[in-house]
Design a binder for this molecule. Structure first.
Ligand SMILES: Nc1ncnc2c1ncn2[C@@H]1O[C@H](C[S@+](CC[C@H]([NH3+])C(=O)[O-])CC(=O)[O-])[C@@H](O)[C@H]1O
Ligand SMILES: O=C(O)C(=O)Cc1ccccc1
Length: 260
């Protein structure tokens, strides 16, 4: 068992040919460092999962974390919710990620019900769930597969269920998009990545991570049947949305809506 985490230096030396990005052992070994230095708002989004669950999750319901990587979503939830509040099912396609996620969750939250399944979120047989988290995962599916997955998740959600969808996004307006991408590269530089690392990773992610616009996400969610969705977080070209299965979403102690 190895729980060591290394600094991400995967794209730090010049490569003759930059291979397509994949979630292999090398990425797993430095993943916590990579994602924290590369995804603006990653820690803040994880920190909100428990708060969203507290408001919207039926006590004891299942939470799916799809594309769970090392189980960071599970760790965040277990840190904020009692063991009887939820059952966690992480799912990931990468065997290396799944092995490390299982070790980490067993060691860090032995009293919580935490399972990790090695599988493809496009074909998984979903059990009913109160909350589904897609934290930077949909963006890695071929665009043509995204609609069917969202439709299956809508079906898997129980009445009152909530979907949290975090994604790298593309701005509709070309100039706005270019500005956001440039500032994102500045963000990476400020987090210690060199120009070479930034440009080689960009090449590796071409046609692998394909961002949609926020409008496309909201339209897809509505098309699948979600009663409402909204963007609750954006930091540069990274955003997080919530989508509710029912119009009257559960929000137990929210104030009564005001008459217009
Ligand atoms: N079809 C698929 N089925 C299952 N898993 C998949 C599939 N395609 C990709 N993955 C998995 O989706 C994860 C995306 S990372 C998620 C971060 C995590 N949510 C986190 O909050 O730390 C995002 C990132 O690295 O930017 C990887 O572990 C893939 O193996
Ligand atoms: O690094 C990037 O350019 C990203 O878009 C974020 C990211 C983070 C971790 C794996 C792949 C992409």
């Amino acid at each position: 068992m190895s729980d060591a985490s290394y600094r991400d230096a995967i794209f730090s030396t010049p490569l003759d040919r930059v291979a397509r990005f994949s979630f292999d052992e090398r990425v797993v070994a430095c993943f916590p460092d990579m994602i924290r230095r590369s995804v603006p708002g990653y820690g803040q989004i994880l920190g909100m999962l428990g708060l969203i669950a507290r408001r919207h999750l039926r006590h004891g319901a299942r939470v799916y974390d799809l594309g769970c990587s090392l189980g960071a979503g599970g760790l965040a939830l277990a840190g904020q919710l009692s063991p009887d509040a939820f059952r966690y099912t992480g799912v990931d396609l990468s065997p290396a990620m799944v092995a490390r996620a299982r070790e980490t969750l067993a060691a860090e939250c032995p009293d919580h019900a935490m399972e990790v399944i090695e599988g493809d979120i496009r074909t998984l047989d979903y059990a009913p769930a109160g909350m589904i988290v897609l934290n930077f995962t949909l963006q890695f599916l071929p665009p043509a597969d995204r609609e069917a997955v969202i439709a299956r998740l809508f079906e898997a959600l129980e009445p009152g269920g909530v979907l949290v969808l975090s994604e790298k996004v593309r701005a509709e307006d070309e100039q706005e998009n270019a500005w956001l991408v440039e500032r994102y590269h500045d963000f990476k530089r400020a987090n210690g990545y060199s120009d070479l690392e930034i440009s080689q990773k960009r090449t590796a992610l071409e046609n692998v991570l394909v961002p949609d616009t926020l409008a496309a996400h909201h339209a897809r969610l509505a098309g699948a049947g979600f009663a409402r969705s909204h963007t609750w977080f954006q930091f540069l070209n990274f955003a997080s949305l919530v989508a509710f299965k029912d119009p009257a979403f559960k929000d137990a102690d929210a104030p009564a809506p005001r008459e217009e």
